[in-house]
Design a protein around this ligand. Structure first.
Ligand code: PGA
Length: 241
């Protein structure tokens, strides 16, 4: 794993964006894996800025998001569909039908997981996956204890994850209890991975990732087994290294 330390969040976002743009330049039909949460929003703002300034085109790009809450309709402000449209898709020229996110309102979640997994495969796999990390080491919504062999699946969210995400909801009770997430093996199939880590609340997780052992109890540790991972960490996140 390659570690890039930046002074602050703004620089982290700029550096990650520059690297995403260089991959896009090399392959204008990039299969780009995307994440939600607070951490990647600065990267998305940088991509939007670049699109406005330099007209970088996403017409041939397909995006694949990591996860979606169960039971939250696409149009609901809390859905990851809504989040991605608001934070990125509606500000660049990507055809909306080329943006892919698991359907958290599917009738049959087992079928939806299989469909999403096969779908990624049919598209030839993910070239570059952007990830955040949970304080408990989750990647996507793969909570501690998830098998490293897992494929796209339904998961019960950890209480700590629900609490962390309750800042986006009126109350903790409103935070969904389940999600569909790409599995750990699905994420590991990506040809390249960018892990974005920002802020003091992630310092312990980053230290455990860099210095701890590989264990299913700390899902992000699997990334040590991937040949092409770059970690972008700001000063606060790197405080315990
Ligand atoms: P955050 O979420 O970027 O909002 O901290 C990251 C995650 O939980 O994976």
């Amino acid at each position: 794993m390659k570690l890039i330390q930046t002074l602050n969040y703004a620089e982290l976002s700029q550096q990650a964006a520059a690297q995403v743009l260089s991959r896009l330049k090399g392959n204008p039909a990039l299969n780009l894996g995307l994440a939600t949460g607070s951490t990647p929003t600065g990267l998305y703002q940088e991509l939007i800025k670049d699109h406005q300034l330099n007209r970088t085109s996403y017409q041939r790009v397909n995006t694949f998001n990591l996860d979606e809450y169960i039971g939250v309709p696409k149009k609901d402000h809390h859905s990851y569909h809504y989040f991605m449209c608001e934070k990125l898709f509606e500000h660049i020229d990507i055809p909306i039908e080329q943006t892919h996110i698991p359907d958290g309102t599917a009738k049959d979640f087992g079928k939806e997981c299989t469909r999403y997994e096969q779908f990624i495969r049919e598209y030839g796999g993910i070239d570059l996956q952007v990830l955040g990390i949970g304080q408990n080491g989750h990647i996507g919504f793969n909570e501690p204890g998830t098998s490293f062999d897992s494929r796209t699946h339904l998961i019960d969210l950890a209480e700590s994850t629900r609490k962390a995400n309750s800042r986006f909801f009126a109350s903790l009770d409103d935070v969904p209890r389940q999600a569909i997430t790409m599995g750990i093996a699905t994420i590991m199939d990506s040809r390249e991975i960018f892990l974005l880590v920002s802020g003091i609340t992630k310092a312990e997780a980053l230290a455990r990732l860099m210095e701890g052992e590989v264990s299913e109890e700390f899902p992000a540790s699997v990334l040590k087994k991937h040949p092409n991972v770059t970690i972008f960490a700001d000063k606060e996140a790197a405080a315990m290294l």
